[in-house]
Structures are given as C-alpha cells and as structure tokens.
Design a protein around this ligand. Sequence first.
Ligand code: 13P
Length: 256
Amino acid sequence: MRKPIIAGNWKLNKTPQEAMELVALLKRELSTVTDVEIVVCPVFTCLRDVEDILAESNIGIGAQNVYWEDEGAFTGEVSAPILKSSGAKYVIIGHSERRQYFGETNETVNKRIKAALKHQLIPIVCVGEVLSEREENKTFAVIEKQCKESLAGLTAEEMKLMIIAYEPVWAIGTGKTATPDQAQEVHKFIRDLLKKIFDEDTAQSVRIQYGGSVKPENTADLMGQADIDGALVGGASLKADSFTAIVKNTCGVKTN
Ligand code: 13P
C-alpha cells in the first residue's frame, strides 16, 4: 500500500515569522495523524526557522527548487547539501511555474533530480499539460515526453525513492480542479509509463500526487481514485485550517 502524501507548496509566500506561525498551528493540529505523510515547502530562507519548530514532528520539510552543482560560482542558486543542512528532506523539481517563468526544461529537471538523489533529498517531480495541449488532445504525449526526458538515466531503485506530481497547468491557481476521472486517467497513464520505463514493482510503489486547486471540499473524491496518492497543494496550504482539513480529509480514504 502506498502511503498518501500531502505537501504544501507555499510558492513565494510567507515571511519567516509568518512561516513559523503557520507551522506551529499545523504541528498542533496534525500531531495525531499517522496514515498520511505531511510536508510543507516554504521559501529557502524560512527553512531553518521552520525546522526549529518541526524537528521531531510528523511534518517533513521540502524546498521548492535545487541547483545541480554542490557549490561554486552560481550566483543566486542553492544546492542540495545546503538544503539538507537547512532541514529539507524533500525538494519540488520542475514545477510548471519554473518551466513557464524561469526556463526550466526536462533536461535541467533531470540534472536537478540527480543532484537531489545524490544528497538523499526526495524529489517531487512535477509534470502537467497546459490548456491548449489538453484541448488539442496532446495531454498523454506531453506527459510521456516530460516523464521520459526528466527521468532519463535513473535506476528503478532511484525511481522508487521519488514522488511524481501531476499538475495540469490549467488547474493551478484557477479554481478549476481536474475532475477525479480526468486526474485518475492521467495518473494511470503515468503509472503505466513507469512500468514501461522501469518495471511493475517500481510503478506500483511510486506515489503520484495530484496538484491544481485542491481544497478541503474536493480532497476526498480525488484521493479516492486508485492511482492518486496524495496532493501538492498551493493556495490552500497557506492557511492552517484549509491545509489541516485537506490532510484530515485524506486520512482513511486510501485502502489500496
Ligand atoms: P493551487 O493549489 O493554488 O492551484 O496550486 C497548485 C500548485 O501549483 C502546487 O504546486
């Protein structure tokens, strides 16, 4: 059975003070949750403060990006060893906002994944189609290319350590959630693809999160789908009550 994983992607939100206030509330509200893995991904400069509060708790910490070199003349970048020593255990890689605004490609996603794995950070690798691609029936082709190129050269053992997030770009921050059936269809496609690229055992063990306008009200229906193993939550992760409700609405839903 795959343990569901709910991760909050805070994007460019929260000062260190605000971040500490939020995680203090989450820590209190979610302390009894054991059947859902919980992660928060603040901006880099909040990692250490958040770690001070969440150490020894059931909430893990993730970063939102990582550079592929460990150190050197790369102004403005941050490396896997630095993230690790700042408390991060996970790292989001290839988010559509990075692809759209910061020139991220499948090739650079691949380099970042390898750097993260080298330093025992768990990559949360994002894939997803834009609206025009969906309308032109290109969703599966886009997802296949993103997965094949981003995951190139990885072993099955490495793949098993990772998480994939399917985030249809048209559903991010728009309030337009993919229907549970639409999401499940793509999640199943990704799992079948993992079987082709790696093997059945790997495909069955990798967790695939859904992301895009996840809120407390649509969580249980999405999580009830066979191949949806959690959520990557943007807007609704910025408030303790909505993120707490999303985690709680995931508890007990998965029985596969
Ligand atoms: P929203 O939940 O705000 O749609 O954002 C989703 C997302 O991009 C998570 O990475």
